[in-house]
Design a protein around this ligand. Sequence first.
Ligand code: GLC
Length: 621
Amino acid sequence: MAAAAISHLRRGAQRHALLYLSRRHFSSPSSLAAAAPLAAAARRLLSTSVESGTSSKAGSYKPPPLDPFRAALAPASPPLESPPLEEPPATPPLPEVASAAAGPEQDPVVLQNEQLEGLKAGLEAVRSREESPEEKEAWWLLNRAVVNYCGSAVGTVAANDPSTANHMLNYDQIFIRDFVPSAIAFLLRGESDIVKNFLLHTLQLQSWEKTVDCYSPGQGLMPASFKVRSVPLDGNNEAFEEVLDPDFGESAIGRVAPVDSGLWWIILLRAYGKITGDYALQERVDVQTGIRLILNLCLTDGFDMFPTLLVTDGSCMIDRRMGIHGHPLEIQALFYSALRCAREMVSTDDGSKNLIRVINNRLSALSFHIREYYWVDMKKINEIYRYKTEEYSHDAINKFNIYPEQIPSWLADWIPDKGGYLIGNLQPAHMDFRFFSLGNLWAIVSSLATQKQAEGILNLIETKWDDIVANMPLKICYPALEYEEWRIITGCDPKNTPWSYHNGGSWPTLLWQFTLACIKMGRPDLARRAVEAVEKRLSDDKWPEYYDTRTGRFIGKQSRLYQTWTIAGFLSSKMLLDCPEMASILICDEDLELLEGCACGLSNSARIKCSRRAARSQVLV
Ligand code: GLC
């Protein structure tokens, strides 16, 4: 029944897209923009292969004879819609930063080739390294988790736990976020085909027809997960065809929207290009459209007062209610990273100038906002403790009207003298002071945090090792919600009891992101300590999804075994530690040019301060 419905939808949408596109005359940017979703649908339905249009290999992708999508997006065609933005007023450059940013001119192509040569040498080094018995086991398990679609590898299942075979829920699916560490492991080993296939097949799913109770979410949305299903061909039970069946949240527990999926997709696309040198993939028209659809979804105007992305609870790795709705750090850090990666990949043509400007403005506003308002250390908490409230003015110090009474009692004893971290969330009159690992680590990796803040975060992790790493790296968040807070905030979720699962559980998959952050900050010793401490235990425990208790001593109550991102995260960490230069495929360095010039037009002496100038001072201190 479901399969028949899928087939019907595909055929129906194909006809509709073709008819619409052939009738429509793309004469203006707005008409093209309006057609973008349908063009994307046509792209999905017309593309029968994921091979590159530029490849000359036999059996490679050939556009169908009539490909209205391609015709519509021929080089001379007008740009896809990007969020409108006024021309920025000319502001004088900031002299110190301008000179700091301007190094000796280097040809970007030469630079790219040099980097590629360095990465090739790194790949050789990865290949020739000695693997531990645990790594050998992990590789065997990772290969066992690979899923094929029409004869090619397209991803890895979330878990392959025989003991829960009758109760898989959606763990037999390929999750976008879970596949990222698998992809990194494969890329580091020089096996890039599975990653390319994954990127192209998920791109096709992006424009799938999706509805939740007759409501359709945005076109750029990427699924949380997808599954390969075998369905009878046109009702004939003798012949079958494989179809990809995505879940955009419409079947997910709690119907949560996977906001992070598209962000991870962009981050992975850049990593793939950097390590393989196959930049043709990101230049493909359909891939460029995919990038822009994701960006459009993130950059559209709404009612927001902040540059941070406003999302519902459970829209990322924490995909159940945990009180992270609003502006959770994890999403902001991935958003920042994805914008940085997308900016490198968006093809330069007349139409992209505006988009690049919008990305740059968002990047600088976002980094200022996070660096200024999410950062806490001893000094800042003391300031908050003495905040005046109800300030109605432009130059209020306590801009979000935070009542000092909300500083939790655990924090006063916990915050170390040295170091600090980015808080979990910020809303009017609300700061979520919990420490969330993924957001903090990814803020380091993407340079969303300043160099000093990044050092501070690692200092805090080192000082609070027994709380954040303990027996199993790393706590997803610290501390756990207990008693009344657990009741109200999680909605009495029995899976998220204190120190379990998303509520202070320990997730070994976070190891690879910890490793990246440590390598970037020149502290591989910290990551090595964490990896070495658990290598044998992970294998003995059968690679669990998560661990419970305050010190991570027990395998999680409902934890799956043979969880793929635990396995792949461990493998990626090991390879990255041995060949740290390979981390560059995921890292973004501080971009000082972002701090030059600004669209706001406010000068230093103005009553309202320009945040970009303030951001510059954050970096230069
Ligand atoms: C859980 C995790 C989620 C992950 C999924 C599959 O739902 O919270 O982050 O993607 O399992 O492993």
